[in-house]
Design a protein around this ligand. Structure first.
Ligand SMILES: Cc1cc2nc3c(=O)[nH]c(=O)nc-3n(C[C@H](O)[C@H](O)[C@H](O)COP(=O)(O)OP(=O)(O)OC[C@H]3O[C@@H](n4cnc5c(N)ncnc54)[C@H](O)[C@@H]3O)c2cc1C
Length: 342
């Protein structure tokens, strides 16, 4: 019988479990029920009291590696913590969120335990054995993997499972002692970019896409890149949305054309860009061509604002298309959002 361990970690900013960890808990619970297997949840963090309380209703065995050394991400301490949890749980299947913290150590921990690892897992199936699904070749081919080797580590992509939410109840956790190796890295603090600087937010509810139309000549014969930037940032401020872009817009930077200074190729969505997961998406001033829209595969509700009634969005690629001038629509959207906030 499989012994399933879900590795989780406390958020580095507060003492709650990270969203990705809670998603992995849901995946673990579902898998354990389907396989009729035992479920253990391991928690890594400085203080795991509230994280454990949040998991009490799972009914799983709870293990923790806690203490100041585990407050922040560091390869040596995190790898030692995960290894100790895996050994204590005698895990055959290990699920973990694809957080930067666990992505960094998971392969190393699998190697220490003589196991194997697969990454970017989006779904888990199977009733007799574990079948892990992932996409290959930029989301074009979906593969289902099963393996004999144990322990088998599976890193779950963010946004693929519902975050577990149970009634918090104080609960005792089994503390696992860890023999720390010599630590060469001292974590002196966490420095995060200002909210304005960080425009890519994988956990955001909304994706706002800016297309090249924002910097094109408008009916008055002029470009309005400054105003475009203010409107886009205004929407991001009001909604904490994630910002995506078309390729044409981010490419303009290298062509000496008017650009939006907060956009880089990292924002690009599409065939040669990223394929993020958000419940809703709003495309603005973008034509909706196939190489761009292919990056919207995992966006739930797709809306677009375009001047062109024959754009790609109107050809079945969006749920709702507003044939309108984004320079007129977005100021009103932002005003409504701000008045709703006030
Ligand atoms: C191999 C390959 C890979 C590619 N990979 C990608 C990729 O990963 N991602 C990607 O995005 N593209 C990719 N492309 C390019 C893609 O085909 C398109 O050229 C690109 O997406 C067009 O960007 P756009 O819609 O922003 O610009 P445009 O095609 O210039 O469209 C601008 C739109 O803005 C509208 N507009 C202008 N002003 C306003 C206004 N005031 N209000 C509302 N609408 C307005 C216009 O009507 C127009 O529809 C790839 C192409 C190839 C060949």
């Amino acid at each position: 019988m499989e012994s399933i361990l879900v590795l989780t970690h406390v958020d580095e900013i507060d003492s709650a479990l990270s969203k990705g960890s809670l998603e992995a808990v849901t995946a673990g619970k579902e898998l354990a029920t389907r396989l009729n297997a035992s479920l253990t949840i391991g928690i890594v963090g400085s203080d795991v009291t509230s994280a454990a309380a949040a998991l009490a209703s799972t009914g799983a065995r709870l293990l923790a590696v806690a203490g100041e050394a585990f407050a922040q991400a560091r390869y040596a301490s995190d790898a030692a913590a995960c290894e100790a949890l895996c050994r204590a749980a005698a895990a055959s299947i290990v699920l973990a969120p694809s957080s930067s913290r666990f992505v960094r150590v998971a392969a190393g921990v699998a190697h220490r335990l003589g196991g194997l690892i697969d990454t970017h897992i989006t779904a888990l199936g199977g009733t007799e054995s574990v079948e892990a699904t992932r996409w290959f070749y930029r989301q074009r081919v979906e593969g289902v993997i099963s393996r004999e080797a144990r322990p088998w580590f599976l890193l779950l992509d963010a946004g693929t499972h519902t975050a577990f939410a149970g009634e918090p109840t104080p609960i005792a956790v089994e503390q696992i002692a860890v023999q720390l190796p010599a630590l060469r890295t001292t974590v002196t603090g966490l420095r995060a970019p200002a909210q304005d600087a960080q425009t890519i937010r994988p956990d955001a509810r909304i994706l706002l896409v800016a297309g090249a139309g924002w910097t094109k000549k408008q009916p008055d014969g002029q470009t309005h890149a400054g105003e475009a930037g203010e409107l886009i940032l205004g929407f991001l401020h009001a909604t904490s949305a994630s910002l995506g872009s078309s390729k044409s817009l981010v490419d303009q930077g290298s062509e000496n054309q008017a650009v939006l200074p907060f956009l880089t190729h990292m924002n690009q969505i599409g065939q040669t860009g990223s394929t993020p997961r958000h419940p809703k998406g709003l495309s603005t001033c973008c034509h909706g061509e196939e190489p761009h829209v292919v990056g919207w595969r995992f966006i739930g509700d797709r809306r677009a604002i375009s001047l062109d009634p024959n754009c790609g969005w109107t050809r079945g690629k969006a749920d709702v298309v507003y044939i309108a001038d984004a320079f007129q629509v977005m100021p009103r959207v932002n005003a409504l959002l701000n008045s709703a906030k006030a």
